[in-house]
Every structure is written in C-alpha cells, then in structure tokens.
Design a protein around this ligand. Structure first.
Ligand SMILES: [Zn+2]
Length: 168
C-alpha cells in the first residue's frame, strides 16, 4: 500500500519533521491536520507543511461521497476534481443517488469547470466526452441543484450542454 510523506519545518527551532500517512488519510484535509507541537522545542508555528495529494481513485471517492464531513480541500473542491484524469470517476459518481447532495453538486460543478477549462485543441476528446455526458444527463442539474456552479461557468457551459443560461 502506498504511503504519503508529510513534512513540516518549525518556525522557532527550524527542526524538520516528517510522518507517513496512508492514502485515505492523505486524501482528506480533516486527516492531515498535524496537531502535535514541534518535537524539538514544543513550538506550534510551522513555516512549511508539505503533503503530496494522492490521485483520486474509487477508494477515495467512496469514502468522500459517504461522509459529509470529509473534504479533499478546504474550499474549491470542484477545482481539484476538475481534471481530465478524473472524468471517468466524476461520471460514475455524480449519478450516485446514495451520495450526499453537496458532494454531487461539487462533482457536477467539476464537470462544468472541466468543460470550461478544456482546450479544444489539446483536450478535444475530454471535452467531447464531458459535454456528451452532461447533455445526456441534463436532468442532474435539476435533480442535484446547480448551486455550486459559478455564473460565468454557466454562461459558457450551459449552451454547450443544451441548457438555458439562467438570469442572475
Ligand atoms: Zn521547534
């Protein structure tokens, strides 16, 4: 099983500490808080805290959709989710009606962000795939709600997936 190394540097004594986290710890902000004071001087201020983010996979997605209080990021989770590597996961999980609504809204927003940010010349396949998926699943916007999607994203993406841009 892969582990992820988190490191931090104390502001007071400059000692550096590292610890290993399992994938499902490293994936969620709630599990990466490093509460213990510095082992060198007992200080509580750290200048750099680094942690590589695991690539999203089914195991992480299952845990995420199943717990309202778990977050991939403190904010803007849709930005993290919106990469072409995650397209298949997003398509599979946004339709899951056992997932928390807020998580589904975040995935729906991520799909829109992905379309918004995709470059037609470089990501043509991703773009086409994502647009086709949302076209065929337009009911999701009503079913889940589009509260997580920014207006400027709607303006660009909605016409492409066959939805009217709402008056804001
Ligand atoms: Zn210290």
């Amino acid at each position: 099983m892969s582990t992820f190394e988190q490191s931090r540097t104390c502001c007071d004594c400059e000692s550096q500490e590292t610890r290993k986290l399992e994938k499902l710890q490293a994936a969620f902000v709630q599990h990466t808080n490093w509460e213990q004071p510095c082992g060198g001087c007992g200080g509580n201020q750290f200048s750099t805290i680094s942690l590589p983010m695991p690539n999203l996979d089914q195991e992480i997605m299952e845990a995420w959709i199943d717990d309202e209080n778990l977050n991939l990021m403190d904010q803007d989770e849709d930005i993290i989710l919106a990469s072409k590597e995650n397209l298949e996961l997003l398509k599979a999980y946004v339709v899951r009606d056992d997932a928390f609504t807020e998580k589904r809204q975040m995935m729906l927003s991520a799909l829109c962000v992905l379309i918004y940010e995709s470059d037609e010349s470089e990501d043509a396949q991703t773009l086409e795939d994502a647009i086709k998926f949302l076209r065929n699943n337009r009911h999701l916007f009503e079913e889940i709600g589009d509260g997580a999607i920014f207006g400027y994203i709607k303006e660009v993406v909605y016409p492409q997936v066959g939805l009217d841009v709402p008056d804001e």
